[in-house]
Design a protein around this ligand. Structure first.
Ligand code: FAD
Length: 310
């Protein structure tokens, strides 16, 4: 069995940042990703909020991070799927579709996936008007008309954020009341440029190259209505990719996000989590990088200075 100091699961922003710090600290570091390295960063059409890059495509940023990580000496296994974890012992066992590895410490940086609404046009216009992140893409819709889909806390927070940028924010919700904190709902109701469509679902997203309109369906009357919008923000939930970790005994919140402390430690000694897979309240490239760094440095202490272990 191949032996490593540190194995990182996921080569997105969190995993690559952890890899840079692990390898530069002299740890024998392996990063495994089921896809090509770069993670979700590569899906962002344009990134305008990562310090040092006023404007960069997600693909370019992901490539730069990957090259940087490789240069530090971390070993990167792409297109290799982690299939099970055994984390309880002194040595952590990571099984993939290719091999079985052993490590003193493991960082779970497997990200999250946004839930989709699965309507015609959603896939076609992703990155061309359809977004899953208000903070990421809201500023591209300054002075425009947008639509938010959903009725929970994330939908309300996104609506409030967009109401300060867009000319008009329409919200569609399948029910007749929000399922969000009262304070958020009150704040939202006070906004003059927000309009809510209750008992309504999106039937189709239409456009030519970019989003132009949506077809809304009234769930009570069955009537359809076309609304012209420039952007659609889908906010119907996010699922952390934490199943393997949870099966191996890593504690998570109800929504599946891994519970971490300030050093990115999980409940299992030597096992860390970083980035979108965690219960950190902000899910951005910058925060994923910061968490990856913290995890790698604490893992370094765990591996090299075991006398400090609690
Ligand atoms: C369309 C879009 C636009 C965005 N725009 C911005 C923006 O402008 N600015 C910003 O700051 N943030 C933006 N974000 C959010 C940002 O991309 C994420 O917060 C950040 O990339 C998360 O990094 P991560 O490393 O935690 O996870 P990810 O980047 O998702 O990486 C996780 C990696 O783990 C791998 N993985 C998962 N399971 C396994 C397994 N079993 N075996 C092996 N590998 C596995 C995945 O393949 C993936 O590569 C955007 C997100 C999206 C979707």
């Amino acid at each position: 069995m191949e032996n490593w100091d540190l194995i990182i699961i996921g080569a997105g922003a969190a995993g690559l940042a952890a890899g840079i710090y692990g390898a530069r600290s002299g740890l024998k570091t392996l990063i495994i990703d089921e896809k090509m390295a770069g993670g979700t960063t590569g899906d962002a059409p344009i990134v305008e909020n990562f310090p040092g890059f006023a404007q960069v495509t997600g693909a370019e940023l992901a490539e730069k991070m990957t090259l940087h990580c490789k240069k530090t000496g971390a070993t990167l296994h792409e297109l290799e799927v982690v299939s099970s974890l055994d984390l309880k012992g002194e040595k952590k066992i990571v099984k993939t579709n290719h091999s079985t590895y052993e490590a003193t410490s493991v960082i779970i940086a497997s990200g999250a996936h946004y839930r989709e609404i699965n309507v015609t046009g959603e896939k076609e216009f992703q990155g061309r008007g359809v977004s899953y992140c208000g903070v990421c893409d809201g500023p591209f819709f300054k002075g425009k008309r947008v639509l938010v889909v959903g009725g929970g806390n994330s939908a309300c927070i996104t609506t409030l954020y967009l109401s300060g940028l867009a000319a008009e924010v329409n919200v569609v919700h399948r029910r007749d009341a929000f399922r969000a904190e009262n304070a958020l709902v009150k704040d939202l109701e006070s906004k003059g440029n927000v309009k809510v469509y209750w008992n309504t679902a999106v039937k189709e997203i239409k456009g030519e190259k970019i989003v132009k309109s949506v077809v809304l369906s009234d769930l009570k009357t069955g009537e359809n209505k076309e609304l012209s919008v420039n952007g659609v923000f889908v906010q119907v939930g996010e699922s952390p990719n934490s199943q393997l970790a949870r099966e191996a005994g890593v504690e998570a919140e109800e929504d599946g996000s891994i519970r971490i402390d300030i050093n990115q430690r999980t409940n299992i000694p030597g096992v860390y989590a970083a980035g979108d897979v965690t219960n950190h309240p902000v899910r951005q490239i910058g925060t994923a990088v910061g968490q990856g760094i913290t995890a790698a440095l604490d893992a370094y202490s765990y591996i090299r200075r075991p006398y400090y272990r609690k």
